[in-house]
Design a protein around this ligand. Structure first.
Ligand code: ADP
Length: 343
């Protein structure tokens, strides 16, 4: 048999798409209902038409039955014509239902499947971005070990250096996979919140970043007050660590990071301000996206990272019905604001 032509194959593939299959199911339901309704309607109307035939008692007189010749045949012809016309209209109506129902079904199927398709696209994008991020440290480990293996002799000192490098890369990999796991879970339904003091959370988070701040001689000016907000303590602490870590990472040596709190209406606010390079408006709109990193080609030092921290921070804060935002001007610094419902 000849190969089906290109367009036929494409049409076949289109017919097998999820959208078309779902649309066909919708259409089948519409058509079954329409046909069932037509059959019932046709039978009921045909019965009504048959009742048009006048009863023979109508022509009974005291002088006998005066039914005109071919009277019944005339009426029966009219009734048959009526049935034919009814059938034609019902067939037409069903054809129109098929066309309109087909279009409507396709539209509805697309609307139903779009969020599912988007979720699947986001999922596969996540997997491909995550694999890409994992590849860099893995390649580094592989290269260093392969080079070491090719050496005829390996001194204890060199071996130690290699192991140290491996451990450092594995630590980075762990941090990365931990972040990826948390991002992938995104299980806001299971978040258990309670009243949490911003002041407590901030001082605990500070303990984690002290070594980083000291290494760059960065001072952290903590003016946070004991504002009570609704959150999950550990997760909120992670948000503060992410913001402090960034403020220290991107801030210049010897600068200061300012931490303040505020309450307004039903919300409590935590602000983390740094004296870093600032973020361009174009990047400000994207830095909360997964894996997004602003172009660092113009900065003096390349800062390591994977573009996961802020998206994780946003995910966490939103699971508490809060929000996170940034205001920044290039050359002056950035302020990240976490908004949380007051307890
Ligand atoms: P990472 O810092 O690992 O790249 P993040 O998600 O924490 O990932 O941040 C995303 C991007 O936002 C960073 O790559 C950086 O370009 C920008 N950014 C975040 N915090 C700051 C800051 N305090 N100052 C300047 N740029 C920042």
């Amino acid at each position: 048999m000849a190969e089906p032509s290109g367009w036929l194959r494409r049409f076949g593939a289109w017919l097998r798409t999820a959208t078309v299959r779902l649309a066909l199911s919708y259409l089948a339901i519409i058509m079954v209902m329409s046909l069932a309704f037509s059959v019932v309607f046709y039978h009921a109307s045909a019965r009504e038409l048959a009742r048009q035939l006048p009863p023979s008692s109508l022509f009974e007189t005291e002088f006998g039955n005066f039914r005109p010749p071919r009277f019944n045949a005339f009426f029966e012809d009219r009734i048959a014509e009526g049935r034919q016309a009814l059938l034609r209209r019902l067939v037409l109506l069903n054809m129109l239902t098929l066309l309109a129902g087909g279009a409507l079904s396709y539209y509805l199927a697309r609307r139903t499947l779009r969020p599912i398709e988007q979720a699947m696209e986001a999922q596969s994008q996540f997997v491909s971005d995550a694999s890409h991020e994992l590849r860099t440290p893995l390649t580094a480990i592989q290269t260093v070990n392969e080079v070491a293996l090719r050496r005829k002799q390996l001194t204890a000192e060199a071996a130690r250096e290699i192991i140290e490098h491996n451990v450092a890369e594995v630590v980075k990999l762990r941090a990365l996979t931990d972040g990826l796991l948390k991002l992938a879970r995104n299980d806001s339904a299971s978040v258990v919140t309670s009243a949490v003091s911003l002041q407590d959370v901030v001082s605990q988070a500070m303990e984690q970043v002290v070594p980083l701040a000291q290494a760059k001689e960065i001072a952290v000016d903590d003016q946070v007050e004991p504002v009570m907000v609704v959150a999950e303590r550990q997760a909120l602490q992670q948000v503060v660590v992410i913001l402090l870590d960034n403020a220290i990472k991107y801030g210049p040596d010897g600068s200061t990071v300012f931490l303040t709190s505020q309450t307004r209406g039903r919300f409590g606010y935590l602000k983390v301000r740094d004296q870093g390079p600032g973020i361009r408006p174009y990047d400000q709109r994207r830095i909360f996206d997964r894996f997004y990193r602003a172009d660092q080609s113009r900065s003096k030092h390349v800062v390591e990272g994977h573009g996961i921290g802020l998206s994780l921070a946003k995910q966490i804060v939103q699971s508490f019905d809060g929000d996170i935002s940034v205001s920044s001007s290039v050359g002056t610094g950035s302020t990240f604001t976490v908004k949380l419902p007051l307890a």
